[in-house]
Design a protein around this ligand. Structure first.
Ligand code: SF4
Length: 496
């Protein structure tokens, strides 16, 4: 008998080593590591989602006739060594793990690694994209992906004559107060959920699960169908909008299932592409969503491997501020935008990409929060997090801590951007138009202070040089710096 080791983010019969596994010839080993679960203040919904999905997947494999050794062990390593000692398999095989740590463990214990199909662009394929390029851009990668895989293509040209519909997809929220996006399905808790929750350590944080996240293949497929049929047709226009009264808008919320394997990218993309071809989804919505999955997600995955293990410790802007107490529930905040995003994270272990990038990440960037602390907080707090997701997205995209390898400009903005894309500012005690004074919007103050602090680094960057020169011409630069110092102290003290 061979043993097939299945990791907690590879929960699909169609992934790598499991594809060819048969009950007559293969035993399955899945390890639930108590040490890993207790090692961090994971959001309870993240911990529940991962563990419940693993246990349900083990049950489904047993229903398919497999002998499944589902092990509770102090560590992943100990669980695997225990399995090997007890079963003495002819061979141990595993789909290429999605983290360096697990790949190193696979090498250490002599597991044969089977090529992963959990992403449509394997790092070997990415090498052929990157070869000979002096600079790598997501947009080039995305077009390369579309051409070679045939999504939204008309021969060698994009359907509709355009690669990008961002101009149609960056509208502010509806100003008439309407909120037309249907809420996602809710899962009923069962005994397995209750057992998982009872087994989680007290180190977990956040609100208990309320059924937002499915933990089975059937549940993930139900979410996919809901998104394609009811939400995707209105996905595009308000993709970057934020609303206090609606946490989900038209977001797919499929990333947790893509990232733990309950869904595969080709089935998600195929469903979206099919709905477009059948005329049920407009092109701008189909393109915006396909760009996220085929472009951004695969781009981030490949940068994680391409940039190497030292990338995670980058800190090009020398940011050293500790994580503010408002992020860990030790304080609240009066900033409406930040409070809303942190509330969503607490309630569901999730906030959408603009809240992540332009509210939480923007605050971390402009106030100079330590990139490694912020990365770790994001990884602990989000249900769809993984090292490969968070390291490039936070270090490169959000905090510019890699000196601009991933993003050609820092994603810093003042209150004006947040005001345009949300309804937060109207009910906020801060004034988004002010950069000095006790009621100045912290984002506006920190934005100008950020440009002043890092003017030497950015003044030759054509994408942000004009803003840097504007900052250098500010008559009240000294007052901005003084207010920014106050904002930093209030942030640190949990009184902002
Ligand atoms: Fe956020 Fe500033 Fe707007 Fe308040 S005024 S919601 S702090 S952007």
């Amino acid at each position: 008998m061979r043993s097939v080791w299945v990791l907690g983010d590879q929960l699909h019969r169609g992934i790598g080593a499991l594809t060819a596994a048969r009950p007559e010839t293969d035993r399955i080993v899945i390890v639930e590591s108590a040490g890993k679960i207790a090692s961090r203040p994971w959001h309870v919904q993240r911990a529940h989602f991962i563990v419940a999905s693993m246990r349900r997947f083990a049950l489904s494999l047993r229903e398919d006739g497999f002998d499944v050794d589902y092990r509770l062990a102090p560590t992943l390593r100990e669980g695997l060594l225990g399995h090997l000692a007890e079963t003495n398999p002819d061979a141990l095989v595993v789909t290429e793990p999605n983290s360096r740590t697990a790949r190193n463990l696979a090498v250490e214990i002599g597991a044969e690694q089977v090529r992963s199909n959990q992403f449509l662009c394997h790092p070997d394929d990415f090498a052929s994209f990157a070869e000979g390029r002096r600079s790598m851009k997501m947009e080039d990668f995305y077009r390369w992906q579309r051409r070679r895989l045939g999504y939204l293509m008309d021969g060698d040209e994009p359907v509709g004559g355009q690669w990008n519909f961002d101009a149609d997809n960056r509208k502010p929220p509806p100003r008439d107060g309407s909120s037309p996006w249907p809420a996602p399905p809710v899962a009923e808790a069962d005994d397995l959920d209750r057992d998982v929750l009872a087994s989680l350590p007290s180190t977990c944080t956040g609100a208990a699960p309320s059924g937002t996240w499915a933990t089975s293949r059937d549940g993930a497929l139900e979410r996919l169908t809901h998104f394609i049929e009811r939400v995707l047709p209105m996905f595009g226009p308000h993709e970057d909008a934020m609303l206090s009264g609606n946490w989900h808008l038209a977001h797919s919320m499929l990333s947790p299932y893509l990232n733990n394997g309950l869904l595969l990218p080709d089935e998600v993309l195929g469903a979206a592409h099919g709905a477009f071809r059948e005329g049920r989804v407009p092109l701008n919505s189909a393109e915006g969503f396909i760009r996220q999955v085929l472009g951004w997600r695969e781009w981030v995955w490949n940068l994680y491997w391409a940039y190497g293990p030292n990338y995670a410790s980058s800190n090009a802007l020398g940011a050293v501020r500790p994580l503010p107490p408002a992020f860990t529930g030790r304080a609240s905040t009066r900033m409406r935008c930040v409070g809303a995003a942190l509330h969503d994270v607490d309630q569901r272990g999730w906030a959408h990409h603009i809240q992540r990038l332009m509210v939480l990440g923007n605050l971390a960037l402009t106030s100079g929060i330590d990139p490694q602390q912020f990365t770790r907080w994001m990884w602990d707090s989000f249900v769809d997090a993984a090292e490969w997701v968070m390291v490039p997205n936070v270090i490169g995209m959000s905090l510019h801590a890699d000196g601009g390898r991933m993003a050609t400009k820092p994603y810093a903005s003042g209150g004006a951007y947040i005001d345009r894309m949300s309804d937060y500012c109207a009910s906020c005690p801060y004034d988004r138009t002010k950069r000095t004074g006790d009621d100045a919007c912290p984002f506006t103050t920190l934005y100008w202070d950020f440009l002043l602090r890092h003017s030497e680094q950015f003044v030759r960057n054509p994408r942000i040089a004009a803003q840097v020169r504007s900052a250098e011409r500010l008559a009240d630069a000294a007052a901005v710096r003084a207010r920014a110092a106050d904002v930093g102290r209030l942030l640190d003290a949990g009184r902002l």
